[in-house]
Design a protein around this ligand. Structure first.
Ligand SMILES: Nc1nc2c(ncn2[C@@H]2O[C@H](COP(=O)(O)OP(=O)(O)OP(=O)(O)O)[C@@H](O)[C@H]2O)c(=O)[nH]1
Ligand SMILES: [Mg+2]
Ligand SMILES: [Zn+2]
Length: 354
């Protein structure tokens, strides 16, 4: 396999330079199963583990390879290898790990495009699209919205208009994995060496779209619940696939919880219309709640800014602030623990010397 078809480029080449002398080769992670990784390099597919030193030096989950990552690998046997280093990422779609812990999960690394997939059945939700958009802007990838199942929708133009008004400047493509309608528009975004991740709730048809691009039913798909069109979480693992006509795609499982991660820059990009209006608020740190001279509130009142969009913005902002506060708390707890340990060591040292 030519590495260029796998997404390799001069930027990675440069970052990899330091590992060349050790005889390592570059490989891309295509799947992960607990501590085992499936990877592709110029010779083909292999199974790899992390070296002991790698595991020892990794500080947190962010340092571990994930699907889409490039790693420096030492091949042994014909289909096995040891991963020695992670080549720093160009982009990463990150969410807050599901559950109570304040930790991040890298969903997909080194992606050029994030296809945000929504189903045009009963499961369509614009607030959710906005949430994905915020996280995509944070990731460094370019967002494209795919409205799938257009064969099931009678008022397509209305929905497209509505989505476009809430996702300003983002391409919106209506398509159907069932009939193939709209695929021409999708295919133009798939280019050799470029990586696109499919993101969206369970049942929206991410795997079905990829199967149609592959021209075979390689990925498992499953029916949705009739009452609310939700899926059954059919895809359970992320997987990177090189398409026969060029282009690289990553299938992901529908995420039950999609909590934001990062600072507020992604939010500012996804809601730049609101940020623009906010420049006219009397106070620079206006929260757009009860402050006098709030331009955002005024825009909601006169109808130039939709109440629903404003609420969606406030909700995401609140989540990001909460996350930030929790991170600060976590950092100070770690710091306290560190000091406790240092003072214990000092005490033991004193006891010994006296
Ligand atoms: N009518 C119609 N059904 C579709 C279309 N695309 C997918 N489906 C159906 O929707 C259901 C869910 O599709 P999947 O491809 O499994 O959805 P997914 O997004 O991969 O779901 P998870 O793997 O659970 O995250 C299946 O029954 C598909 O046949 C479409 O364009 N039109
Ligand atoms: Mg799937
Ligand atoms: Zn304001």
């Amino acid at each position: 396999m030519d590495l260029i078809n796998l997404g390799w480029n001069s930027e990675f080449e440069q970052k990899f330079e330091q590992y060349k002398t050790n005889g390592f080769v570059p490989a891309r992670i295509i799947a992960e199963h607990k501590s085992l990784y499936q990877a592709l390099d110029s010779k083909g597919e292999l199974t790899a583990e992390l070296s002991g030193k790698y595991r020892y030096q990794a500080a947190g989950r962010f340092d571990y390879p994930t699907v889409g990552d490039w790693v420096a690998i030492a091949r042994h046997d014909h289909d096995k290898g040891i991963i020695h280093a992670l080549i720093s990422r160009r982009s990463a779609f990150i969410r807050k790990e599901a559950g109570q812990r304040t930790a991040e999960q890298v969903v997909a690394a080194n992606i050029d495009i994030a296809f945000i997939v929504s189903g045009l059945d009963n499961n369509h939700n614009i607030n959710r699209i906005e949430r994905y958009l915020t996280m995509t802007y944070e990731s460094g990838a370019a967002p494209i919205i795919l409205l799938n199942k257009c064969d099931l929708c009678d008022y397509l133009d209305t929905v497209i208009g509505e989505v476009e008004s809430r996702a300003i400047g983002v391409p919106v493509i209506a398509l159907s994995a069932a009939t193939g309608e709209g695929f021409d528009g999708l295919v133009t975004h798939l280019q050799t060496g470029k990586t696109a991740a499919f993101l969206g709730s369970s049942g929206v048809g991410k795997s079905s779209i990829i199967n149609r691009l592959l021209g075979e039913n390689r990925l498992k798909v499953n029916s949705v619940r009739e009452n609310d069109s939700r899926g059954h979480h059919t895809t359970t693992h992320r997987e990177l696939i090189v398409l026969p006509n060029g282009g690289i795609v990553i299938d992901t499982p529908g995420m039950r919880e999609l909590q934001v991660w990062g600072d507020e820059s992604g939010l500012a990009a996804a809601f730049d219309d609101i940020e623009d209006i906010a420049r006219n608020c009397r106070f620079r740190d206006c929260n757009h709640k009860d402050e006098p001279g709030c331009a955002v509130k005024a825009a909601v009142c006169n109808g130039s800014l939709k109440e629903e969009r404003f609420q969606s913005y406030l909700k995401l902002k609140k989540e990001l602030r909460y996350l930030e506060a929790k991170q600060v708390m976590k950092a100070s707890a770690i710091e306290k623990m560190r000091w406790k340990r240092i003072s214990q060591i000092q005490k033991t040292f004193k006891d010994k010397t006296h």
